[in-house]
Ligand binder design. Sequence first.
Ligand code: ADP
Length: 479
Amino acid sequence: MNKYLTLLQSKIYLAGLFITKEDSQSYAIISPLNQNKIALAANSTINDVDIAISQAQIAFDAWKNLSSLERAEYLLNISDYMLKNKDELGHLLHLEQGKSVPEAIGEILYSSSYFKWFAHQAQSLHGETLNSPCINKQMYTIKQPIGVCAAITPFNFPSAMLARKLAPALAAGCSMIIKPASDTPFSALVYGIIADEINLPKGLISILPADQENSINIGKRICESETVRKLSFTGSSHTGKILMSQCAGNIKRLSLELGGNAPFIVTKCANVQTAIDDAIKNKFRNSGQTCVCANRFFIHKDILHEFTDKIKQEIEILNITQPISPLINFKAIEKVDKLVKNALNKGAKLELGGNIQHNLYYQRTLLTNVDKTMDIYHQEIFGPVISIMSYENIKDAVKQANDTPYGLAAYVYTENINEINYFTRNLEYGMLGINNAAFSSPAFPFGGIKQSGFGKEGSIYGLEDYTITKAICLADGEA
Ligand code: ADP
């Protein structure tokens, strides 16, 4: 058994202590790899949430008074621990989430990079001296940590989505309560082991796993708490809307990173081979379970056949060299299968795949002739399916690309600067990849618009989201 699993089964991490729950208060975690039960996960209670929140408030009062340099030391130690233990941490992630071992280790390295990056950024967080219109009044701002924060995280990047929230929260001077996705609690709970290893002050973080039903109660308690000043959520737009309404009662600050419906546009002026290579990496990473996965491929009509033939060949090669990883659970695979069947019934052409391989493994699938009458055009697929349609001109491409309530990520492939300018101005998305489809980095302000949410994660904006800006007006006395 993975060394971390042995330590974490049936545990919650409550204010610096690992607490074991009875079997009756636990639920089974089934590995998507082979349907084997890997361990029991503890089900946290409302009482646990209340303790976590009150302890987080106490810890916050001390943590906020450390210098940013002192806080940075802790963050660097977290980053180092992750680097040193990347193989075991990656293996744990692979077991519970199902992504391949190299991808899982890659995620641990990515998580580690958030702690390192924010350790440095925290030291350059500063207010401003303002140009006061009154000569006898000085005006300036200071940045202060917002307070106790909460994070609700998804299953697809169970380590990195947490790192992207926890690192800036700690760097800014906040404490945090974490509710990981029900299917993947252990890659979150392991941060408790790391916290103990590096002597993070007790109470600063609590990690409260819960099954799906209980997650609803825990989420509600967090939202309704007046002590929790900010909630950062990554997950579906449906859940985001519920949380937003629950937070309305106390006007809690929110950042919501929700669903997407990313267009991937390839024009006549593109390097088609680069577009294909990137499309494959972007789409099949984590079996398509990424919120910035390309969802709708818009290919210019003059290069449609070239693009389709080549990408088909590349997928066939990939099928031989690299087995697909599983989807997270049966609900997920049923959804993907239903979307594909709906598209085929409405006239899409099946070029490759189109079926469940076995258990939670879905074949890499290529569909052409997709159009807006099909559900796959409108819904986030979250599976290894490429759905292709063609367009006449770039105005038409932008119109179709924007034809969705979502606005997370969009990708454009063209080497024509006028086209680049046109797409940059007109695509209604929070993030654009131009001639690349992998922009995630701690330096990049990650986040969407429209029903994909609001607030940025990563970058200096991601740090500022954990702060308040206090404005000060200081009158001069008699000299
Ligand atoms: P996904 O499709 O990625 O599973 P969800 O929005 O269902 O997206 O889940 C994302 C996170 O939100 C998970 O941690 C899940 O347990 C949690 N969650 C789901 N529904 C609720 C809810 N009603 N209240 C609070 N948390 C929820």
